[in-house]
Design a protein. Structure first.
Ligand code: CU
Length: 140
């Protein structure tokens, strides 16, 4: 290894370390609770996927802003996606829903409002029907 190769390797290692320090540190606002703490959920919301249908709890989902909500998504047939969207269509979060697993994600909504749910994984010809407007109400 000549000097230029060694210097390039040092640059790469430096960039690797810097990116990891930044992304794993509390500099990223949501990392504080997401990575280093394992918050106990204030509320657990089951979400069931089967035959191109998304089943939320009866009466819809109502949560409070800033509480930790754990969504537990299960699929009885194929792989789906569980995506939560703001009314303007921007995504809040999403995760894959694999059959045979309890797919869990804990989220803290910081903005009260109404959110839509749609499948974010192409699951078959009826995938575009997998949309529930105003599925989650977040109260102040
Ligand atoms: Cu789908």
């Amino acid at each position: 290894m000549d000097r230029r190769e060694r210097n390039w390797l040092l640059v790469l290692v430096g960039v690797f370390l810097l990116v990891n320090v930044i992304t794993l540190s509390p500099l990223v606002p949501w990392q504080k609770w997401l990575l280093w703490s394992r918050p106990t959920p204030d509320r657990i919301v089951p979400v069931e996927f089967e035959n191109y249908q998304i089943r939320l709890p009866q009466g819809g989902v109502e949560v409070k802003a800033n509480e930790f909500v754990q969504f537990v998504a299960t699929s009885k047939d194929v792989t789906y996606g569980f995506g939560v969207f703001r009314p303007d269509g921007t995504m809040v979060f999403q995760m894959q829903v694999l059959p045979g697993y309890q797919n869990k994600i804990t989220w803290r909504f910081d903005t009260p409002g109404v959110y839509d749910v749609r499948s974010t994984e192409y699951s078959g010809p009826r995938h575009p029907e997998m949309y529930i407007p105003n599925a989650i109400r977040v109260l102040p």
